[in-house]
Design a protein around this ligand. Structure first.
Ligand SMILES: Nc1ncnc2c1ncn2[C@@H]1O[C@H](COP(=O)(O)OP(=O)(O)OP(=O)(O)O)[C@@H](O)[C@H]1O
Ligand SMILES: [Mg+2]
Length: 348
């Protein structure tokens, strides 16, 4: 599992005068589900295209299993790509779509049948093998697109927002299926999404990208609970940010002293606290509690999302199950000291 399969080394890429990626290095481990997560335009697709060979880096190297890929044609690389638009052949059946590339490569007839049967089973498409794409649902079409890639037995499967066109429910089902399939196959997946929840659910590791730079690489839990930058804290989930200064276990925000157990950088000027780590108290139970007023209550089912305003006018979001909270109520906020993250403010 720890073996490195793909190495991107000091990659630079510009389009005209616009620098998209500047000195990016990244290692993908053999057999892992790695997700590239970042906002639209940050360079996710560009990175994938340098791995599959549709784009060449201006500087830097792409290695697969230690072999430099730059001179290798896209169709000769042991990499397959699944795109958001599946581009299935409408006049061919599911089976014919899947076997197409093997026929082009003149693979032996019996082997084709064997390999196609295998992926049909794996992707749960056996019953649909003789249908044409027009008579399949979006999720089924997506499975055919994946099957068509898997039949080539790639070392790496690149998936560029493959679930983007599906509705939320189907998307969630497909996330679980994709993950299961990947575990069974042991193929390395490099998956692109700008959906943070999807990234947290599906990945072994997440690479958070911002304007072509890696902000942080880590397991989902680590990225969510120990964001290293303001960008990561705000891009993954919701967070409250307080500007101030950290000193010896205390974050000074205005006159308030917020006790924190150092998690992050000691020369912090920004404190990040997720809504679920703010306690709302009806009385002033602690000297350090921040006084606030409830400005909005939204029912989320199991819990309520509470919008509050501090005395200085700052808006804060918290989650709470307390029933007495209503608009205009005065409350006191305390934070889970272990779940606060100390950060340096970033230029936006
Ligand atoms: N062929 C091209 N020529 C010129 N500029 C390009 C080209 N391809 C991409 N770009 C630019 O490079 C930047 C990164 O694009 P890229 O497609 O990698 O973003 P992305 O992260 O995949 O975004 P999205 O989530 O919207 O798909 C964008 O500013 C885009 O306009
Ligand atoms: Mg893209």
């Amino acid at each position: 599992m720890e073996k490195t399969l793909i190495q991107l080394e000091h990659i630079h890429k510009s389009y005209g005068k616009q620098t998209i990626i500047e000195d990016l290095s990244l290692e993908v481990r053999d057999g892992e589900f790695l997700t590239l997560l970042g906002p639209s335009g940050c360079g996710k697709t560009t990175l994938l295209r340098m791995i599959n060979g549709f784009e060449t880096p201006d500087k830097g190297e792409v290695l697969l299993d230690g072999v430099n890929q730059v001179a290798i044609q896209p169709n000769k690389r042991e990499v397959n790509t699944v795109f958001q638009s599946y581009a299935l052949f409408p006049h061919l059946t599911v089976r014919e779509n899947i076997e197409f590339s093997l026929k082009m490569k003149k693979v032996d007839k019996n082997e084709i049948k064997e390999r196609v049967d295998e992926v049909l089973e794996l992707t749960n498409l056996e019953a649909l093998a003789s249908r044409k794409p027009g008579k399949l649902s979006g999720g089924q079409q997506q499975r055919v697109a994946i099957a068509r890639s898997l039949v080539n037995k790639p070392k790496v499967l690149l998936l560029d927002e493959p679930l983007g066109a599906l509705d939320l429910k189907l998307r969630k089902q497909m996330q679980i299926e994709l993950k299961k399939m990947q575990r069974r196959l042991g193929i390395t997946y490099v998956y692109v999404t700008h959906d943070q929840e999807e990234a947290l659910t599906i990945s072994d590791r997440i690479v958070v990208l911002n304007k072509g730079n890696i902000e942080q690489i880590g397991e989902p839990f680590e990225i969510y609970h120990s964001p290293k930058t303001e960008f990561v804290a705000s891009f993954l989930g919701e967070s409250n940010f307080f500007e101030g200064k950290y000193e010896n276990g205390v974050f000074h925000y205005g006159d308030a002293k917020i006790p924190v157990e150092a998690n992050g950088t000691k020369d912090a000027n920004l404190l990040s606290v997720r809504p679920e780590y703010i306690n709302i108290n009806l009385g002033k139970t602690e000297e350090n509690a921040l006084e606030a007023m409830v400005t909005e209550v939204t029912y989320l089912g199991q819990t309520n999302r509470i919008e509050l305003k501090l005395k200085d006018g700052k808006k804060v979001y918290a989650l709470s199950e307390i029933e007495e909270l209503e608009k205009g109520k005065k409350v006191f906020l305390t934070f889970h000291s272990k779940e606060c993250t100390l950060l340096k403010k970033q230029e936006q």
